[in-house]
Ligand binder design. Structure first.
Ligand code: C5P
Length: 412
């Protein structure tokens, strides 16, 4: 049975040439058993007539906020509550801007404001409009919201003759995104009662009372993952090295300093943990001893003897009853091949690879990730790229992928 059976979907259609493709989308959604209520903006009706959508959806198309007849049937607040999902396809720059600002000056934007249903946006516009800083900052605002996801836009030749990003995803691709959205929602409940442990930030290894060794790490990725796991209903334990970040509300936070403290804190709780995500940039070595007093600079050379720190992730993944164990691999080069060997060597369920450069990786708010995991009963490795986006957005996508991939193991 399709996951869309009896699901209530509001399909918002904005004014763009891609609106004609949404007619096919209605047909596909209905075929899967969904109930589709089409809501058109005024300009959308210039491209396709409401009658087309009405014939395909079997429901009177809604176009106006102040329509006494329609409101007498299902008022806009009722309609907002009725929706299990609001899908806007095509979504124009104008409508996205209004939703980003929380405006409600037509029926579609009012519904977005009045509904707590997830919102799936399929942008469609000229490539320059898509690239415009104003549009991009609105997209970023929307992506920060937990209930909002995007499908597309695709790249290619546009109706206006330009070529670039801004084409609406094809109806097949949109249908797949809608199904994924409901899959994730269905699985979301499965993280209720599940315990997720995340290590984040750097560790600090003291040399003397005023000097230390550490790794570059802001902790932003780990904290964003903790928030995303909380949003999926998990009990979240965050074991963090020193960072300047505010801890996500609802997480059980343990602040530590050194790798050994992080190791001890992890092993305090690990027995009850279902998913372990190691994002921390743990220092690989520490000084053999911390000198009690400040070391004087009275020699030209100074040797500090280092000893290896315990590898927390490897130790967790070696447990007989190991949780689903996910590591991060920050590399400057040959990202994929190093990540693959780390996946094998550390006996992980998944490795999240990212390239470290001036724009990606440590302190910034953005990143691009590649997920690699072993296909069950098979030695092959599957992979998926999560393109350049905010760490918050990537954390949300990563948690969704983890839920989809490992849900069977989590249930057992
Ligand atoms: O071996 P490498 O340090 O590159 O592996 C990175 C992954 O292992 C990260 O997920 C990191 O959090 C984890 N790690 C760890 N303990 C260490 C070193 C790395 O948990 N001592």
């Amino acid at each position: 049975m399709s996951v869309l059976k009896n699901k209530n979907i509001i399909l918002g259609v904005c004014g763009g040439i891609a609106a004609y493709k949404s007619a096919e989308l209605v047909r596909l959604l209905i075929k899967q058993g969904a109930q589709v209520q089409v809501v058109m903006t005024n300009s959308a009706t210039e491209y396709v007539t409401p009658l087309t959508f009405q014939a395909l959806s079997g429901k009177e198309v809604r176009t106006a906020l102040f329509d006494l007849g329609a409101e007498a049937g299902m008022g806009h607040i009722e309609l907002a509550r009725w929706a299990d999902l609001i899908l806007i396809a095509p979504a124009t720059a104008n409508t996205m801007a209004k939703i980003a600002l929380g405006m409600a000056d037509d029926l579609l934007t009012t519904l977005c404001l009045a509904s707590n249903a997830p919102l799936l946006i399929a942008p469609a516009m000229n490539q320059q409009m898509w690239r415009n800083e104003a549009t991009q900052s609105n997209v970023e605002i929307l992506k920060q919201r937990n209930s909002v996801s995007f499908c597309g836009p695709a790249e290619g030749i546009q109706a206006c003759g330009d070529s670039g990003p801004g084409r609406m995803e094809e109806p097949d691709g949109l249908l797949k995104s809608v199904i994924d959205e409901f899959d994730v929602q269905a699985e979301k409940k499965c993280l209720k009662g599940k315990k997720v442990l995340i290590t984040a930030g750097p560790t600090i290894e003291d040399i003397d009372p005023v000097r230390y060794m550490s790794n570059r790490s802001s902790g932003k990725m780990g904290y964003a993952i903790a928030q995303a796991a909380l949003n999926l209903g998990a009990d979240v334990f965050l074991i963090s090295g020193p960072t300047a970040l505010e801890a996500p509300e609802g997480a059980k936070v343990f602040m530590v300093r050194s790798a050994r403290q992080m190791y001890d804190a992890v092993f305090e709780v690990i027995d009850s943990i279902d998913i372990f995500i190691a994002t921390a940039a743990v220092a690989d070595y520490r000084p053999v001893e911390k000198v009690g007093q400040k070391i004087k600079k009275n020699t030209d050379k100074l040797n500090i003897e280092l000893v290896k720190n315990p590898d927390i992730l490897t130790a967790v993944a070696a447990l007989p009853q190991k949780p689903i164990s996910i590591g991060f691999a920050a590399e400057t080069n040959d990202v994929e091949s190093y990540a693959k060997s780390k996946l094998e060597r550390k006996n992980l369920d998944m490795i999240v690879a990212n390239k470290v450069s001036e724009t990606e990786g440590f302190e910034g708010d953005n990143n691009a990730l590649q997920l690699l995991w072993r296909v069950q009963n098979n030695k092959e490795i599957s992979s998926k790229k999560l393109p350049y986006a905010t760490k918050k957005e990537l954390a949300k996508q990563l948690m969704n992928e983890i839920v989809l991939l490992f849900i069977k193991e989590l249930k057992s």
